[in-house]
Ligand binder design. Structure first.
Ligand SMILES: [Zn+2]
Length: 280
């Protein structure tokens, strides 16, 4: 006979099953565990260390645009597979899977909306769609968003998050850098403002084209920004890289980013800049 019996204070397997998944969220940066509902209220910014979790493009639309409404354009523009590319998977299958997983047709959502009553041409990249990579359709949709800003004489806002050009379309992806940059030059000539917002991560071909060409460049705290990865750079220049290299804070210190903006202040900051820069 046992002298001591352990009280059954633990949860039964059935009780464990009844706890909804994702009730708590652990911060990837500081390890703090926060009630997920609280995180939602805080716009997925860690209350302990200010780490900005990645949120969906739909959440940014709700956060930034008046009434959370975007009149979406070019909805059905979808990537082809001109090179019949195959690595571990066929590119055409990769696109289909991304579409099923995300419910999006491509790596960017674009259209027209209002921010603080000011009409804008708006585009936001969907990072969950093949790493927010820029193929010919992403480039074309960005180009058309710029053209809408030019033709309607309204400011342009682009929120970027991208791993760079989409290698499965080879040179066709790289050509999007020139196409979008040339159109942004026309926008600049017309003196129409462009606010570029960088979120975690914004790198490679997207960073080296439209993401870095804003009249004002805003960035979320602690985002990874840059062109090539640190190891490639280190091997190329044969030198150790400084601490914090490729963070938003480093880019601000070097004058590449104009302003680091906490997500909860993003809408107000954009409105403030639009008032400074644009006729009412
Ligand atoms: Zn944290």
């Amino acid at each position: 006979m046992a002298w001591f019996r352990k009280d059954k204070t633990g949860l039964t397997p059935q009780e464990k099953k009844n706890i909804p998944e994702g009730l708590w969220t652990k911060c990837k940066s500081c390890g703090e565990v926060v009630y997920s509902k609280k995180m939602e209220e805080l716009l997925w910014v860690c209350p302990n260390c200010d780490f900005h979790f990645r949120i969906s493009s739909q959440k940014y639309i709700s956060l930034l645009l008046d009434d959370g409404y975007l009149d979406e354009y070019d909805v059905n523009l979808s990537s082809q597979d001109p090179l019949k590319f195959k690595d571990s998977k066929k590119y055409s299958d990769r696109i289909k899977q991304a579409q099923q997983k995300t419910g999006k047709i491509e790596g960017v959502t674009s259209g027209m909306g209002k921010i603080g009553g000011i009409e804008v041409s708006f585009a936001i990249m969907n990072f969950e769609f093949i790493g927010g990579s820029m193929g010919s359709v992403v480039g074309e949709k960005i180009a058309r968003a710029i053209e809408r800003a030019i033709n309607n004489e309204i400011p342009l806002i682009i929120i970027s998050s991208s791993g760079g050009a989409r290698m499965q379309e080879g040179i066709l992806s790289l050509m999007q850098m020139a196409k979008t940059s040339a159109l942004l030059a026309i926008l600049a000539e017309k003196k129409i403002p462009y606010i570029s917002i960088l979120t975690n991560p914004t790198t490679a071909g997207v960073m080296a084209s439209y993401a870095s060409l804003g009249d004002v460049i805003l960035a979320e705290p602690k985002a990874l920004l840059g062109f090539a990865g640190p190891r490639v750079i280190q091997q190329t220049i044969g030198q150790d890289l400084p601490e914090g290299f490729q963070s938003t804070e480093f880019f601000l210190a070097k004058g590449f980013v104009d302003c680091i903006v906490n997500r909860r202040d993003l809408r107000d900051t954009v409105i403030k800049f639009l008032h400074y820069m644009w006729r009412q």
